[in-house]
Design a protein. Structure first.
Length: 197
């Protein structure tokens, strides 16, 4: 299978397209995903340029979307053919943040999604939103987390489940936050999409 790796200490000239062995069949709790899209975000850009040091030979890209090709024993949340998108902090499943660094972030502390196939724990993925292409879904991981942080953490504008989320003018990336907020408990949500120019 094809993959892109980054040579230390980083730099665009240190990216190399390589052939890698295909990953193993999924073990208990794992899924095999054929990746159809990945999106470039600022964190990936900094890793590739060497501004965020990572291991020699790291597969970059924190965000990936694709289709499930195999399901390991004990996995009930996904089936072959399901469309999935990766999670930026794959060990942070709910509640307050449990990770204080980027040691488990794909493309930074562990190999990312600049490759054709990956086998990972099922919890490292979530379902792609219905109606989204793989390309659209791949943009939600980091952009959605960034928008959520800006609204909920840095801005203090959202205390999920505590008040009505009324009218926000959201761009396409922030629509992911609205989707998450609507499913997390606010009683009302109105999304105003900007006009296309």
């Amino acid at each position: 299978m094809k993959a892109v790796i980054l040579g230390a200490p980083g730099g665009l000239d240190r990216l190399k397209l390589v052939d890698m062995p295909e990953p193993h069949d999924p073990a208990t709790g794992e899924i095999r995903v054929r990746l159809h899209a990945s999106s470039l975000n600022y964190h990936d850009y900094r890793v590739v340029l060497g501004g965020i040091p990572t291991a020699d030979g790291r597969v970059p890209m924190a965000d990936g979307a694709g289709a499930v090709e195999g399901v390991g024993q004990g996995v009930s949340e996904f089936a072959v053919g399901d469309h999935v998108v990766s999670c930026f902090f794959p060990h942070w499943l709910d509640g307050p943040p449990t990770v204080g660094d980027f040691a488990t972030v794909p493309g930074d502390g562990v190999d990312g999604y600049a490759r054709e196939i990956v086998v990972r724990p099922a919890s490292w993925f979530t379902r792609s939103p219905r109606g989204f292409s793989h390309t659209e879904a791949a943009t939600l991981t980091t952009a959605g987390l960034t928008a959520w942080r800006a609204l909920a953490i840095d801005g203090g504008l959202i205390d999920l489940g505590q008040f009505d989320l009324a009218e926000f003018a959201l761009d396409d990336a922030n629509e992911a936050v609205a989707y998450a907020a609507a499913n997390a408990g606010p009683r009302q949500l109105t999304v105003l999409r900007p006009r296309r120019r």
